[in-house]
Every structure is written in C-alpha cells, then in structure tokens.
Write a protein of this length. Structure first.
Length: 149
C-alpha cells in the first residue's frame, strides 16, 4: 500500500468507529426518549440506527477490500471514536443535540476520508464517502430543525 492508501484506510477506520459510536448513541436515544415528541423521535432514531448498521458494514468491507483489517470490539471502537456518551436520563432535546454533535463530527471525518480517497485516486471510497455525507447532512438538517421548534 502507498502512503495515500494508508491514509485512506486510517480515515475509513475512524469513520467506522465514529459511525458505530453514533449508532450506539442513537439506539440509546431510541430506547430512552420520553416526552411529547416520543413517537416521532422514537421512530426517527430507529430509522437512523438501522440505516447506520448497514452503512457501517459497507464501510468496514471497503477497509477489507483495501487490504486492511476493519476495527472491532467495543473498547477499541470507543477509543478510536473518542466519543462522549450521553446520560441515559437525558431529555429529548439533549438527545437530539448530542446526536447533532456526533453527526457533525462524523461529517468532518467523512470529508477527510473523501479528500484522502480523491488524492489516492480511489474513486470507490470517494463515492462511498459522498453517499454517506448526503445521509448525514440530511440527518443534521432534520435534527437541527427539531431543535428550532
């Protein structure tokens, strides 16, 4: 692997870890959300963590296709992501804000991975990162819109 390929793999491993952390935190919110927005948030969170589960598999398989090993294990993924965890008794608004923060962090990492893939001439990875950016930017729009209410 070239240095550019190594950078792509490092970035993709970070995207896997951040995505896994986001999925776990979104699942936590799904389970524990309360209040007047329960039904809409409970459903939205389920859609988000379900979509993330499939996406993480695609990204981890891309890491493998590039000849590297995908990160795994909860402690390893948590250390790689470096994500603060939400309290189980957080309010609905705190949950949404937390998920906004995690999505913003992931968007930044997706941009980095996309740029590095472009520099390496890795069109498949670049396309995958663009597709993920579209999902997370839309999710941010929806979550931010909830907070405006």
């Amino acid at each position: 692997m070239s240095t550019n390929d190594d950078q792509v793999v490092i970035s993709l491993r970070k995207v896997v870890a951040d995505s896994y952390a986001l999925m776990g935190q979104t699942h936590l919110c799904h389970w524990n959300v309360r209040g007047p927005s329960f039904f809409s948030l409970h459903q939205a969170f389920e859609e988000q963590y379900t979509e993330l589960f499939t996406a993480i598999d695609d990204i981890a398989e891309r890491v493998r296709a590039l000849g590297a090993l995908a990160p795994g294990g909860l402690a390893n993924l948590a250390a790689l992501a470096g994500t603060a965890e939400l309290k189980e008794d957080a309010s609905a608004a705190e949950m949404v804000k937390h998920l906004c923060d995690l999505n913003r962090n992931l968007v930044a990492d997706l941009h980095t991975a996309r740029e590095q893939a472009g520099d390496a001439g890795d069109n498949q990875t670049e396309d995958l990162m663009i597709a993920r950016l579209q999902v997370h930017e839309k999710t941010l729009w929806m979550l931010d819109s909830f907070l405006e209410g």
